[in-house]
Design a protein around this ligand. Structure first.
Ligand code: FES
Length: 110
């Protein structure tokens, strides 16, 4: 059964940069783009770099290794990869300054 977990405070995520947290031993990259908090899988589908070490440009996360770009809106690759390349987004809630993610009980991680 999934349950939400508080993973960090909003102010611990640098504006325009990433922060990596773990959820069920799965690294998750959090980004703060203005008032919006986005959680994506931390692994770049190109060669596995940590997307949490990347940065935001024009509403997209830029991978620090080869600069592929992924939409913060739906995770699809906007530059560098093919149409099937994307990163999974996770549901996020912000409550009283804390970022909450929904813990998965296993299963699909795509
Ligand atoms: S590992 Fe991310 S673009 Fe190559």
């Amino acid at each position: 059964m999934a349950r939400p977990l508080a993973v960090c405070r909003v102010d611990e995520i640098p504006e325009g940069r990433g922060r990596v947290v773990c959820l069920d031993d799965r690294p998750i990259a959090l980004f703060r783009d203005g008032d919006r908090i986005v959680a994506i899988d931390d692994r770049c589908p190109h060669a596995g770099a940590s997307l949490g070490r990347g940065w935001i440009e024009g509403g997209a996360v830029v991978c620090p290794l080869h600069r592929w770009r992924f939409s913060l809106g739906d995770g699809r690759c906007l530059w560098g990869g093919g149409p099937g390349d994307r990163v999974p987004l996770l549901p996020v809630e912000v409550r009283e300054g804390w970022v909450w993610l929904v813990e998965s009980s296993g299963g699909d991680r795509s």
